[in-house]
Design a protein around this ligand. Structure first.
Ligand SMILES: NC(=O)c1ccc[n+]([C@@H]2O[C@H](COP(=O)([O-])OP(=O)(O)OC[C@H]3O[C@@H](n4cnc5c(N)ncnc54)[C@H](OP(=O)(O)O)[C@@H]3O)[C@@H](O)[C@H]2O)c1
Length: 229
């Protein structure tokens, strides 16, 4: 069975997940971030795009009650752009990191990543990026049943366009970032007609101080041809 895909992002009231300079730590408050660690713990793998690793150098670990543990951590990295000094390639959980890449990765970078003891899997390309159907099939082959996707906006947009997302949670912080160059929760090209918008259902809202976390299921549909997020 295909893994369940859950997308999560923290955004300002105006839908931005970072400032125009790429700063995003931290948009949400401590209580909502603690809840996110609980959510992470429920999923077998966590996935981000390489641009998030370049800008944020995240650990993607589960930090609860003073303990740090980790599930599988995945990076979608078409051309091997991940910085070799990244936490994901060097910390004590590096054996749990998987770099999903393609034949576009330079051989010397591939060798250096593998030499660190990090798993690297090459996938097919679609529109010059990793084919996300191929990625999902590979995750299924690895026995992964659930994936928590933590951005950024480009990866979220692609996942929605492929129609592979089951659930979405957004933490909304009471701040306004603004700016047309600041990344929104869903990047990509965007749809042309409202009738093509992906529909969400079964809302659930939780308050964490002045932040709220909204969760929805994604309504399944047959055709994603016009969904160019
Ligand atoms: N507030 C939050 O919750 C949150 C969470 C995460 C990140 N962020 C912020 O978001 C920003 C980064 O987001 P971003 O949108 O620029 O980048 P991103 O989604 O993190 O990464 C995008 C990159 O992933 C690679 N990729 C491989 N296959 C892909 C596919 N099928 N679809 C899309 N991307 C694919 C591409 O690399 P190539 O171009 O090399 O092909 C692409 O450029 C940072 O500022 C970060 O701080 C915020």
């Amino acid at each position: 069975m295909k893994p369940i895909v859950f997308i999560k992002a923290a955004m300002s009231l105006d839908g931005k997940i970072a400032t125009k300079t790429g700063e995003s730590q931290w948009i949400s408050n401590v209580q909502s971030r603690e809840y996110v660690h609980q959510l992470r713990a429920e999923y077998e793998a966590i996935c981000v795009g390489v641009q998030t690793v370049i800008l944020d150098n995240p650990r993607l670990t589960i930090r609860q009650n003073g303990h740090e543990t980790s599930h599988i951590r995945m990076v979608l990295d078409t051309k091997g752009r991940i910085p070799l000094e990244s936490n994901l390639l060097n910390d004590s959980f590096k054996h749990l990191t998987i770099i999903f890449t393609s034949d576009l990765i330079p051989k010397d970078i591939e060798d250096k990543i593998i030499h660190k003891g990090v798993k690297l899997i090459k996938l097919k390309l679609k529109d010059n990026r990793i084919d996300l159907q191929d990625w999902l099939s590979e995750c299924e082959k690895l026995g992964i049943r659930s994936i928590f996707v933590e951005g950024g906006g480009e990866v979220i947009a692609s996942m929605l366009s492929y129609g592979i997302v089951d659930k979405i949670a957004v933490a909304i912080a009471p701040i306004i970032i603004g700016g047309k160059d600041a990344k929104g929760f869903v990047a990509g090209e965007g749809i042309e007609k409202l009738s093509d918008a992906i529909q969400l259902e079964n809302p659930n809202i939780k308050w964490f101080g002045d932040d709220c976390i909204l969760e929805y299921n994604v309504k399944k549909r047959e055709n994603y041809e016009n969904v160019k997020y």
